[in-house]
Design a protein around this ligand. Structure first.
Ligand code: PAF
Length: 282
């Protein structure tokens, strides 16, 4: 596996592969790799001749310095995992290589970013959009792989690619959960055993929502019951619980025969966790 650090190095390398007609699967990450990332990488490995994984903790997408500073970092360990997974190239740029100057551009995804993560993390998706566009330009991917735990991110990146006619496909990969149901996340590393026990109730609330939805409860009823369940969990503080259309992210007022997904964010031991579950598939 090659480890490249400079935009020009990864560009030249992937461009020469691309003009030889090789397909390039790209998995952007912020490191602290876990089983969820491994699924993305395995999928990229199955579907492409070359696999590139980037590791870069992007300061532009953090709206709290504390969150950025506390984000887990374990590059050496990550590289060991990537070698085992048969990755061809790890791209690990420094902050300076990525942003020689602070980007002045701001991306606005309109209504789609005014809800959920966008509402509670101002500027987050602009930061994600900028780094993802730069990484695509550096790595020349045929396909890029995103986890569906960050459903809103996946939808906005798809939108970015279609609005800017970027020449790649975006592939969404289902959420990977621990045995307890807790969605895999790099942030889980910051939880104590007790924190993990509390955090798994997030998924239990989602399962409750699905039962209620299947029993034809309305959006409001489901929301209220799930919120009440979450309020009973000591140590868990929810930021939002929203039932939305998985295509537009608009809130769903009624329980009709249309696709619906419940998206939630909350804090356990000061760690911000998100999750979602389809209440009804397409
Ligand atoms: O999902 C993430 O890990 C990040 O938002 C991403 C896509 C690597 C951009 O920094």
């Amino acid at each position: 596996m090659q480890v490249l650090n400079l935009p020009v190095e990864i560009f030249d390398h992937t461009w020469s592969l691309k003009i030889q007609g090789k397909s390039i699967g790209f998995v952007p990450t912020m490191g602290a790799l876990h089983e969820g990332h491994f699924h993305l990488i395995k999928r990229a490995r199955e579907e492409n001749e070359i696999v590139v994984v980037s590791i870069f903790v992007n300061p532009l997408q953090f709206n709290r310095d504390e969150d950025f500073n506390n984000y887990p970092r374990s590059v050496d360990q990550d590289l060991v995992h990537l070698r085992k997974l048969g990755v061809d190239v790890a791209y690990v740029p420094s902050e300076r290589a990525m942003y020689p100057e602070l980007p002045q551009i701001k991306l606005d995804f309109g209504l789609m970013e005014q809800v959920m993560e966008g509402e509670f993390r101002p500027g987050h998706f602009s930061g994600v959009g900028v780094v993802v566009a730069k990484l695509f330009n550096h790595c020349n991917p045929t396909r890029a792989y995103f986890g569906l735990k960050d459903l809103q991110q996946y939808l906005l990146v798809k939108r970015l690619v279609s609005d800017l006619s970027l020449p790649l496909d975006i592939v969404g990969v289902p959420i990977v959960r621990e045995e307890s149901g807790l969605a895999m996340s790099s942030r889980n590393q910051r939880l104590s055993q007790e924190g993990k026990r509390i955090a798994r109730t997030i998924y239990q609330g989602l399962i409750l929502a699905r039962q209620l939805w299947e029993d034809k409860s309305s959006s409001d009823e489901t929301n209220q019951t799930v919120n009440a369940f979450y309020r009973e969990q000591k140590g868990l503080s929810m930021e939002y619980v929203q039932i939305v259309s998985p295509n537009t992210l608009r809130p769903l007022e009624n329980n009709k025969l249309e696709p619906a997904v419940i998206c939630v964010a909350g804090y356990v031991e000061g760690v911000r966790l998100i999750d979602n579950l389809y209440l009804r598939q397409d």
